[in-house]
Design a protein around this ligand. Sequence first.
Ligand SMILES: Cc1cc2nc3c(=O)[nH]c(=O)nc-3n(C[C@H](O)[C@H](O)[C@H](O)COP(=O)(O)OP(=O)(O)OC[C@H]3O[C@@H](n4cnc5c(N)ncnc54)[C@H](O)[C@@H]3O)c2cc1C
Length: 406
Amino acid sequence: MTATAERQKRPHVLIAGAGMGGLTLALALLQKGMDVDIYEQSPELREVGAGLWISANGRRVLDALGLKKTIEAINLPPNDRVVRFWSTGEERSVYNRDTQSSKADHTLVQVLRAELQRVLYEAVVNLKPDAVHFGVRSIGAQTVGDRARLLLEGRDPVEGDVVVGADGSHSRVRQSLFGPAPARYTGAIAWRGLAPMERLKPQHRRALASTWIGPTAHVTTYPVQRGDEQFVSFSGQVDSETWQTESWSEPGDLADALKDFAGWHQDILDLFINAESLYRWGLFVRDPLEAWSKGRATLLGDACHSMTPYLGMGVNVTMEDAYVLARCLDATPGDVESALKRYDAARIERGNRTKAKSLEMHKIFHSPELARIETAIPYIDSQWAPQVMRERYDWLLAYDATTVEI
Ligand SMILES: Cc1cc2nc3c(=O)[nH]c(=O)nc-3n(C[C@H](O)[C@H](O)[C@H](O)COP(=O)(O)OP(=O)(O)OC[C@H]3O[C@@H](n4cnc5c(N)ncnc54)[C@H](O)[C@@H]3O)c2cc1C
């Protein structure tokens, strides 16, 4: 095909899911001159009350999409990242903006998930006003000749050049391409909530990214903002024999939370007590996939590598997927199947490695050494020393989806 013909044959990409991954991909594709349509099951953008940590690897993608200033406006950055002892609140700095000792950039952007989704959505509809079709559920994907087909519930299928399943951890697109992927309970449940700052004591206003660690649980807390309102976003993981459903929007009871965190510092209990709403769900994992693409259909984000939240990487790695996929489609626009092969080659190992490393963190965060301060101090010194932090995070943070070889 001549260069001119290649340019003319820009693929039309059908995306299942308008979450972080689907919207990031749509924006990258539109900016590169491709057409997209997104099919989202919710009738509107759904507010999931939670914060998100965006690390340097995710931020590079947002910067490349021209969102640097917009993200700065919704960010409440921490000055210091600390680990804290669960019962006394004693703290140890593990990363300070002004004294960082690592070559990799460990700074964090702290945003409300709904704010990031809004920013991405607005950027997409600014380029294509009718790009997102709400209230449309995808149920599978097929390759038919040289076309890709997205199957929709209760409607005729839609056709394009590529289908991307960005439909989260319960992905129907994944299921249709690769069959059922049974979810395994990890032995821990998660709690999350947003506590309005005005209800909290002054110490909660500190610009800190904190991870409180205990023998059978840990809690991550940090401030986030929506306009003039500030909140502390928190997310706690607790070992539990009991299985809960795998859904982030499952409500939880305060009495159960207080049981799970009995003996914890009052600052943590205050977050639960003052939260607008509480959610509780089980943490599940699926076996890693060896392929993400089949024919003219592929996957990204939680659909192909949903992971435990212990490294704070789910959304970051999802945005990497989206940007690399857009680059692959841009590199060989007339040959979608080759583009998807390149995408698999560039991304699967990283996605699966991050997922595996994230799961391993469970035993680091929840350690019997953390039961008593006497054993906790040497444990924290060994597990959160600068050198250990570098080994844990530098390879994740240094990745640049905008320049990595594809
Ligand atoms: C409490 C919590 C805190 C987290 N904190 C962090 C963090 O600090 N840093 C980080 O990097 N990651 C974090 N994560 C993980 C991160 O949120 C996910 O990894 C990320 O959202 C994955 O993006 P995605 O686009 O693949 O899926 P999602 O964002 O889940 O989007 C999937 C979209 O697809 C839609 N959908 C689902 N099924 C269908 C269907 N059949 N048809 C059409 N649409 C469908 C959904 O409605 C949704 O809009 C956190 C997760 C949770 C739960």
